[in-house]
Structure formats: C-alpha cells, structure tokens
Design a protein around this ligand. Structure first.
Ligand SMILES: [Mg+2]
Length: 389
C-alpha cells in the first residue's frame, strides 16, 4: 500500500494514504470553492477530522498546522516548478536514474534553487501570515501540497530545501510515477502547477484548475507584501465559446456576436474556480476593513477591446458575484509590456504566444492547455501532420 509521510510538529507520522484519500474525497467538482457551512449533522468523515485535530492539538507545537482541505485553498505544486531542477533533470535524462538519485543524495544538504512557482508559493505564505494575524483560529488559508514522482531518497533534499527557505509545506505526495489526478482530487486541489503539460492537460480534463509553468527569461522584482495574480479571459476564466467565433469567423463576426449576447454570461473556464477561491480569501480582509491593505490583488489581462467586446466579460464576472481588482483590455496589443508593469507572481493564458511574450518581458507565466487556441499559433491553424497508417 502507498504510504504518505506527514511531518507534523516534532513527530513523523505515517498515514495510510489510501484511507486518508478515501476520507477526503467528497465531491466530483474538486476545484470548486469549498463550502463553509458544514451539514448540521457531522458526518463520519468530519468526526475523523475532529479526532485527528484533537489528537494533534494535544501535541503542543509552534509549527503552524496544515488546514483541513475542506476549508483550505489547496495549491499543488510539482517539485520541478517549486525548485529549479534543470541541472538535476539533465543528469536523469543523460545518465539515468541511479546517477540522478546518487547526485541528489550527495547534495542533499545543498538547497535547490528557487523555481518558477517559488515566488508564488512565497507570496501565498505571506497571505497566510496576514490571515493568521486577523483570524487565529480559521482554517481558511492556502495549503501547499508538494507533488513529486521523485524517488523517496530525493525527498530528503526536497525537505531540506523547503526548510532552508522557511516554507510551510507539510503535505507531500510522492506519486512514484503514477498519475497525480487521484491525489489531486483527494486533496480537493484548487490549483495544480506542474512542468509536465501532459499531467496538466489530464488535470484540466478532470475539471481541476491547472497550468504548466515557465520561468521568465529575466528577473523582475515582485512584491513581498502582496500576492498578484493575472488571468487571461477567454479559455482561462471563461470558456472558449467566443474564441471559437474569432478563430472560425474573424473579428467582425466576433464583435457582432459579443454585442448581441452582451447580457448572456459566458460559461465558466478552467481557472474560474481559482479566482473564486482568491475572492473568498480577499473578502476575509474586506470584512476586517483591510480592503486597501489587502495582500491579494487580481488582474484580468485580455486581448479583447473594451468598447466592442469588453462589456460581456465584465457582466459575466458580475453575474458570478466575482470581483477582479483591475481589468486591462488590450485590443490586440501584446501582453508582455503591460504585464511587466503589473508584475504578477503568476500569469495564466491559454495561448503559447502570449506566454512567450510574457516570458520575454520577465513575467512568470503558466499555460492553460484548454480550448480551441491549442490548435492555433497566433491566428494561424496549426497543420496537424497526416497520421500514417
Ligand atoms: Mg485566451
């Protein structure tokens, strides 16, 4: 049976992952915001959690406890997105598994360098610190789960690196090469970040918000006090229904279509639930009159033009009861230079040419492999090679 090692406070506890996973699985819509109002009658599952919490509460530790997945905003990151493991990966590819593991063990007291998701994770920790100040007993926090298919021996270097940077990551999921989807569901994951586009695609197909992360080509200073998240609109927060009209019928038909259906909300896209989860935490700051000092800021960065197609997206967000702090309509202008000013910890887009443009300007980018845009490069249809029989 697969086993999960949970380092909690001073003790090392081994839980049977399968039984934990089974207890955690609740709903088919895993990336949706989690309910706060538990049923009046506690379920067996709730009793299990209450018993586990009471047990650990008695152990007395100053280390912050991971929140219950039901209430947390859970972010699953792969080890290769949290840390820069390019050199180690090269050893794995060129010299094989044994040499790779030996190298990692030999260097296990040497912290890995930060990777693409590192500043984002650090910013999540800052938000948690502010939330703990305002709500000491609340479990509505970000919870980070490290997903890795690394060999168990490499786990020591990962743990040492996490401790070196003072990250609070207590949940590890060593998948041993298996698909992470079942684990992502078990942890009720709100966002999954990986370098492996196949796993990300699989997660999106299962209804889990997910993206493939890329390192920028140069560094840009990021805020230490505010988590800044930028989203593209079509095929990211929204479905690709309008994108299909642009691709198949051109811009004029798209403008007419968006005007005609201005009052009909767009369907939700793969990242909508993550924006919703951010909004839930933002409102906790607003409730304490901290709107101006809110440590989370969200941006819509869309190629749409405001006058001819902007109203529908704003009305859609309003119909969902979601706020976005800043909406930037670029009317087809490149996103890179503007993102350089926004300086997000992460920028999500479904089209690779926007990701590449953002990277060139020093923006940490995450590709969402969803929708019709995957078949196009800029506005040109990518010719698929004929399948040989
Ligand atoms: Mg898009």
């Amino acid at each position: 049976m697969l086993r999960l090692r949970v380092h909690w406070g001073g003790g090392m506890w081994i839980w049977g992952l399968r039984s934990v996973a089974l207890r955690l699985v609740r709903s088919s819509k895993m990336s949706e915001i989690k309910p706060n109002d538990a049923a009046s009658e506690p379920s067996g599952e709730d009793k299990d959690w209450a018993a586990a919490k009471a047990f650990f509460d008695n152990l007395k530790t100053k280390v912050p406890r991971p929140p219950k997945p039901q209430y947390a905003v859970t972010i699953a990151v792969s080890s290769r997105t949290l840390f820069n493991m390019v050199a180690e990966r090269k050893i794995f590819v060129e010299e094989g598994m044994e040499k790779y593991v030996a190298h990692q063990v030999e260097h296990e007291n040497e912290p890995l360098k930060p990777g693409a998701a590192f500043p984002f994770v650090k910013a999540l920790m800052n938000v948690n610190a502010r939330l703990r100040e305002l709500y000491p007993d609340s479990e509505e926090l970000f919870d980070i789960v490290l997903m890795t298919n690394n060999h168990a021996q490499v786990g020591v270097r990962l743990i040492n690196s996490i401790n070196h940077y003072g990250l609070t990551i207590e949940r590890f999921c060593m998948t041993g090469g298996q698909s992470p989807i079942g684990y992502l569901k078990a942890y009720m994951t709100n966002l999954y970040l990986s370098k492996d586009s196949n796993k990300v695609t699989e997660a999106i197909e299962e209804g889990i918000a997910a993206a493939t992360m890329f390192m920028p080509e140069k560094d840009s200073g990021l805020s230490d006090t505010q988590l800044r998240v930028a989203f593209d609109g079509d095929a990211v927060l929204f479905s690709d229904e309008s994108e299909i009209i642009v691709k198949q019928h051109g811009l004029d038909t798209f403008f007419e279509h968006e005007k005609k259906f201005e009052n009909l909300p767009l369907a939700q896209g793969p990242l909508k639930c993550f924006l919703e989860a951010l909004g839930k935490l933002q409102r906790k700051f607003y409730a304490k009159n901290e709107r101006l000092r809110c440590p989370i800021r969200t941006f819509l960065v869309t190629a749409r033009s405001a006058a001819s197609s902007g109203a529908r997206v704003l009305k859609t967000l309003r119909s969902w009861g979601l706020e976005i702090d800043e909406a930037l309509f670029l009317a087809g202008a490149p996103k890179g230079p503007l993102l350089q000013k926004v300086r997000p910890h992460i920028f999500f887009d479904d089209q690779m040419f926007h990701i590449e443009g953002a990277q060139e300007h020093g923006t940490i980018s995450a590709h969402v492999p969803y929708g019709i845009g995957q078949k196009y490069n800029k506005s040109k249809l990518i010719e698929e090679p004929e399948k040989t029989k």
